[in-house]
Design a protein around this ligand. Structure first.
Ligand SMILES: [Zn+2]
Ligand SMILES: [Zn+2]
Ligand SMILES: [Zn+2]
Length: 326
């Protein structure tokens, strides 16, 4: 994320702010021009009142460029669901900004928002089927329990994961969508991805069942960013893709606050055009430092992953894919 300033008084404004904390001007984020004062041409997103969405409405759409990607919101008669929805959308807005800046398609052939998100809570009753977070055909389903810190942390423990966040879920799930979109009409590109991540025609359901039964192979860390990435080529692609987005967003933010060398470009599209080896060098230094800073505060590790050379090579393939170089 970059830094923003109030259009009235130039005081710093953070990405989730709905007003300037210094002069009180009501503000909205316009994807094309950053923060603008509300009123006049700048119409607020229709979700500003219910979930404090702070983006401007798209012309004639009522909703903003991020909210219009959500086609199903949770049942708001259930206590806590409005708050869960708000947290989920607050994690989704930076994702939409990032995808937009990278030039990745956010509309389908018919001009409709894609991917779309369905935010669902588990149905009541012990025997009722749980809502599974995942992607199918351009639709991403997210179990809204992921917005509850205690539930998400319990899940992270149960799954033996080092990291589980809403941002991580979003960055992972959109990868499945872009695998489909970016390979659909390009068999050459599909072949190149299969050469890097493996043949995705192997049975996905059986691969996941084996992963949950047996765990990852003991040597997964040599060439995968996570144990789950070793489950199937699609999961390797999605996990690796998520880490490219982690690095790009993390480095853009660190650059904006002067935490990494000023030789790095400030502008996200320019940053994304650097080779992954260069980005990873800076990221590894930064994450080592932040891991220890977090430790000093008694927090969890900032970045509990190891970027091995084979993983960085896969990330380079996806960086080039995202920026349209490959
Ligand atoms: Zn101000
Ligand atoms: Zn909105
Ligand atoms: Zn996945």
């Amino acid at each position: 994320m970059r830094r923003f300033h109030c259009p009235s008084c130039r005081h710093e404004v953070f990405f989730a702010n709905t007003a300037c904390l210094s002069c009180g001007t009501p503000l909205a984020y316009d994807p094309a021009q950053g923060f603008v004062a509300l009123g006049g041409a700048a119409e607020p997103c229709a979700n500003r009142a219910p979930i404090t969405c702070n983006w401007t409405a798209e012309p004639g759409a009522g909703l903003c460029r991020s909210c219009r990607h959500t086609t199903l919101v949770p049942d708001l008669t259930i206590p806590g669901n409005a708050d869960r929805w708000a947290r989920i959308e607050a994690a989704k807005r930076p994702l939409i900004r990032l995808l937009d800046l990278l030039g990745l398609p956010l509309l389908d052939a018919a001009g409709q928002p894609a991917p779309v998100f369905r935010l669902m809570g588990d149905p009541p009753g012990r025997g009722a089927p749980r809502v599974l977070t995942g992607h199918k055909g351009g639709t991403i389903t997210l179990n809204i329990a992921e917005a509850d810190d205690a539930r998400r942390e319990a899940m992270r423990n149960a799954m033996g994961e080092p990291y589980r966040t809403l941002a991580g879920h979003f960055r992972h799930e959109v990868a499945h969508h872009y695998w489909e979109v970016l390979t659909r009409d390009d068999p050459g590109r599909l072949d190149r991805l299969r050469a890097v991540f493996g043949d995705d025609r192997q049975d996905y359901g059986a691969a996941l069942a084996a992963h949950y039964r047996d765990g990852p192979p003991p040597d997964w860390a040599q060439s995968h960013i996570s144990g789950y990435a070793a489950a199937h080529p699609w999961e390797d692609f999605a996990e690796t893709w998520a880490h490219v987005l982690h690095l790009l967003d993390g480095l853009e933010t660190a650059r904006a606050f002067g935490l990494v060398p000023a030789t790095l470009p400030e502008d996200l599209p320019a940053l994304a055009r650097l080779p992954m080896s260069a980005l990873a060098d800076v990221w590894i230094d930064l994450s080592l430092a932040l891991n220890v800073v977090n430790q000093a505060m008694g927090h969890e590790t900032f970045y509990p992953f190891v970027l091995s050379p084979p993983v960085i090579a896969k990330m380079e393939v996806l960086r080039a894919l995202m920026t349209g170089e490959a």
